[in-house]
Design a protein around this ligand. Sequence first.
Ligand code: NAD
Ligand code: MG
Length: 389
Amino acid sequence: MARRVSIFGSTGSIGVSTIDLIARDPDAYHVVALTGGHNVAKLAEQAKTLRAEIAVTAHEENLPALRDALAGSGIEAAAGEAAIEEAARRPADWVMSAIVGAAGLPPGLAALESGACLALANKESLVTAGPLILATAQKHGSRILPVDSEHSAVFQALVGEDLAAVERVVITASGGAFRDWPIEDLPNATLAQASSHPNWDMGQRITIDSASMFNKALELIETREFFGVDPKIIEVIVHPQSLVHALVGFNDGALMAHVGPPDMRHAIGYALHWPERRKLPVDRLDLARAGTFEFRAPCDDRYPALRLARDVMDQHGMSGAIFNAAKEAALDGFIDHRIGFMRMAEVVEEVLTDLSGDAGLINAAFTLDNVRAADQMARRRAVEIIGGA
Ligand code: NAD
Ligand code: MG
């Protein structure tokens, strides 16, 4: 029987790579729901090609255009946040969570509540609400599989191993677009410069987050939440080639590395076929041609986001949601040319400092409402700070 799959954020970079894999074996899959944002033409095209049951755009104003584009196809059209969440409640066996940002959390939770296996590219779900998403999976007997390349790599290195024997978890970072720039030039980095990644082809927001290392900061927190390891044993190492995705060190001194070309279809395919391994259309690494693997310690002055992530892990509670929301607002500020590149980390730090004294807020129970409240408070504060900048 065909597997029922849904893809949240199907029009984005991860969504398109997921479809690339599914479309190679159309009879094996029945596509339930696809969702996107403003690119209605692409969403409709995907839905028609894959014969999805329903296509949902995040924005109400796009509904007429989506309806027009799907006219006569028999595919349902819907719009808005609630419609996305509803689509996530439709029975499915495997759901890709590839919306960017905190907006990915509600549909992910809904999919877990419906018993689907959730392939989690949306790292913000674990950063903002790790305990909530893990408890939801446990309560409904649903599984979460990591899709972020580093976390997929760690997950694969742990197959058959005992977590108690793990001594260190090392996630690699390319260092982003500005890894070799003089630090004093970073405040003048432009949007175009920050939007181009040396190794990976990704959405614009995560590409800028890679340049600022906010992406790795989120991934530190993601590692701690997903694998439940002590933050002290998680290391970040700059590896400009992006060929080693992560390493796991065991108590006998062995360090197991996951190595491969930077192609997200590996991690997506692993999550799609787990627990089996199946042939995937990714390049095989020619080690002699790859030549050298370099590693360097990340410099704190260049990447303040990493230090902030360590503070967030120490504080835990709602500080992950605050950190992520402040980061999203600061990133909006950079994309809209309201603040400079290095100002993003300053804004996030100010928001964290302002809100971290509120014990009631930080220690609130992990419910979706509390996470949303912390998120909104942090966004408001970030916007005030940016406005006054
Ligand atoms: P992208 O910007 O290319 O695509 C994002 C998708 O989310 C699009 O379909 C867009 O329409 C949709 N979207 C955006 N805002 C939305 C909203 N408010 N509500 C509903 N839908 C919305 O992003 P991407 O690079 O594919 O990344 C998706 C997620 O996967 C992110 O969380 C990112 O951190 C993570 N991730 C991406 C990569 C990668 O290689 N691209 C690697 C690891 C993890
Ligand atoms: Mg990653």
